[in-house]
Design a protein around this ligand. Structure first.
Ligand SMILES: [Zn+2]
Length: 215
């Protein structure tokens, strides 16, 4: 599947692009696309005034980019909650269907769905669900790659990205779990985390998209 402009806007927002510059490198790993396709899409988004681009630093959403991304993410995340809570989807299965549903969801449907779900605040991946016409301000957090050995952390939010989620299911890492960082391998090697039940080696690439709270 080739990511479209909405996918880019959502990813930039998920990476914190409402508050700071997001590097092309992070977008490349988040969408699993080539650096060339990222630059191409970014110039389109700049022309449409959805992002600002500062060469060698990255992109940040404009006000209209933020509004657009927020309203898509709202619908996406409401469906995710519905699929997980009512149709027994697991957190790595919801993405594709939520992706389709978000584009065919009217304001009314989103409003009713939200009420039916009892106004959830977070999606199954720990992302904030904005209220109607509210923009997203995700709590500012560092990723798992930002902390040294010995840090106690809680998994607070992960990118809503299919390959990442499949990987997390495979290594058995779940949201809200707490760990200590016990090893950080050199040269962007894996980061090893441990708690009483398990020891996991998380690839550097995945760790870059896992947001944690320091305990
Ligand atoms: Zn989600």
């Amino acid at each position: 599947m080739t990511p479209n402009r909405e996918d880019y806007l959502k990813l930039i927002l998920e990476l914190g692009g409402d508050q700071e510059q997001i590097s092309n490198k992070k977008i490349v790993s988040g969408l699993a696309v080539s650096a060339a396709s990222v630059s191409e899409m970014i110039s389109k988004l700049v022309k449409e005034d959805l992002v600002k681009h500062i060469p060698y630093q990255g992109v940040q959403l404009t006000e209209s980019g933020l509004k657009k991304a927020s309203s898509l993410i709202r619908r996406h995340r409401l469906w995710e909650v519905f699929l997980v809570e009512h149709l027994n989807y697991s957190w790595n299965e919801v993405h594709d269907d939520a992706e389709v549903l978000e584009h065919v969801t009217s304001l009314t449907l989103a409003r009713r769905l939200e009420a039916y779900l009892n106004h959830p605040e977070y999606c199954p991946h720990g992302g904030m669900i904005p209220k109607e016409s509210q923009t997203i301000h995700e709590k500012k957090r560092e990723t798992l790659t930002s902390y040294p050995v010995g840090t106690q952390i809680r998994i607070a939010r992960v990118l809503d990205e299919r390959e990442l989620l499949d990987y997390l299911v495979a290594i058995d890492l779940k949201i809200h779990e707490e760990y200590e960082i016990v090893d950080v391998a050199a040269y962007e090697g894996p980061i090893t985390i441990r708690n009483q039940e398990k020891t996991l080696a998380v690839s550097y690439k995945a760790a870059n998209t896992i947001f944690v709270d320091k305990l």
